[in-house]
Design a protein around this ligand. Sequence first.
Ligand SMILES: [Cu+2]
Length: 72
Amino acid sequence: MAIIKKKYNVEGMHCGACATGIQMYLSNTDGVKNVSVDYNSKKAEVEYDDAKISDEGIAKAVSELGYTIKPE
Ligand SMILES: [Cu+2]
């Protein structure tokens, strides 16, 4: 088990509210410790517990909102 901090590219955002929505959703997702999403750069930084969630889990959560997130 480890805490991983990783950068991702986010596709599908059209405004700052999209970034805020993703950020709020992920911060309430089990295993995610910290998240910041930046609309201008279309990037996200996520800190998570790899015993609880993986890249796939993060991608699945974000896809439920209609966006695509991929490790940088
Ligand atoms: Cu938006």
